[in-house]
Design a binder for this molecule. Structure first.
Ligand SMILES: Nc1ncnc2c1ncn2[C@@H]1O[C@H](COP(=O)(O)OP(=O)(O)OP(=O)(O)O)[C@@H](O)[C@H]1O
Length: 272
């Protein structure tokens, strides 16, 4: 991901001067636009997890949404080695190509399970929908695969045919993870995967994610405001403030010895 930026409001790239941490604002003094993210770059290898941490409004979700294509980027490029050997900017793909990418290459787990699941549909049905979209055929094969996935994320198989709306928050998140992993995507993007869950439920989902990431050769990006989540899941991290990356490094080192005052604040909050 190279130089990703997203400006909400008039001016595009012209709105950027006068914004960012050194100016204490993300709002353009010339156009009034919000520079939600600017010049965000990183790479992540198979088997590696990268964290993006920052307070609410720092632009981390916007950066992720630009990568996924949920949000049009104002600037920047995204490359994946599995797509055309890394020679094609994914942001230039047409919508049909992007949809295909979302099914078999780049899966997302959202903070809100309703964003990734149809809550009216059963747990098995949600997972089956992804498999069908990826070209799986045959009721038995799909059901068997859905059952395996739900079992792996510890959703009791006795609940497989219940609508997800009847599930608890933690259980919904597990179904969303099963669906995301259904096609074994090489890239997994997690946007605040445990925010909003009770502490003990969140700890269970974190444990599950840690296990899943370690047993697969996935390149993962984890967005969170919570250093504890980033520390549990990621190897390297970048820290975002007011739309910019202010610090980056190995997650353990950032946590043990944060340099930027903003990172120091985030670490102190996580230690409380
Ligand atoms: N659709 C939008 N229109 C205008 N401004 C937006 C829009 N979406 C986000 N923003 C602004 O962009 C900035 C970055 O938001 P973003 O959601 O990326 O932050 P975040 O770090 O992910 O925070 P959170 O965890 O609360 O979502 C914020 O100032 C936000 O108000």
């Amino acid at each position: 991901m190279e130089g990703i930026g997203r400006v909400y409001g008039p001016g595009g790239a012209d709105a950027v001067p006068g914004t960012g941490p050194e100016h204490g604002t993300a709002t353009s003094p010339s156009t009034g636009a919000v520079v939600a993210a600017w010049d965000v770059s990183f790479d992540v290898a198979p088997g590696e997890a990268l964290g993006i941490i920052g307070e609410s409004g720092s632009g981390k979700s916007t950066a992720l949404r630009c990568v996924i294509g949920d949000e049009p980027a104002t600037g920047g490029s995204v490359y994946l080695s599995s797509v055309d050997g890394g020679g094609t900017d994914l942001l230039r793909l047409d919508s049909a190509q992007r949809r295909k990418l979302r099914v078999d290459t780049m899966a997302v787990v959202y903070q809100d399970p309703a964003a990734g699941l149809d809550l009216r549909v059963t747990a098995g049905g949600n997972v089956a929908e992804r498999l069908t979209a990826a070209g799986w055929r045959g009721y038995r094969a799909i059901r068997k695969r859905a059952a395996e996935l739900l079992d792996r994320v510890e959703v009791p198989l006795s609940r497989m045919d219940d609508p997800v709306a009847t599930f608890s928050g933690g259980m919904r998140q597990r179904v969303q993870i099963a669906k995301a992993l259904a096609t074994e995507p090489p890239v997994l993007l997690l946007d605040e995967p445990t925010t909003g869950l009770d502490a003990s439920v969140a700890a269970g989902v974190l444990d599950l994610l840690r296990g899943l990431l370690s047993e697969r050769d996935i390149a993962a990006v984890v967005v969170s405001h919570d250093f504890a989540v980033i520390e549990a899941l990621t190897d390297r991290s970048l820290v975002m403030q007011l739309g910019r990356v202010v610090e980056r490094g190995l997650t353990d080192q950032l946590f043990a010895d944060p340099h930027h005052p903003y990172t120091q604040r985030l670490v102190a909050a996580a230690r409380r």
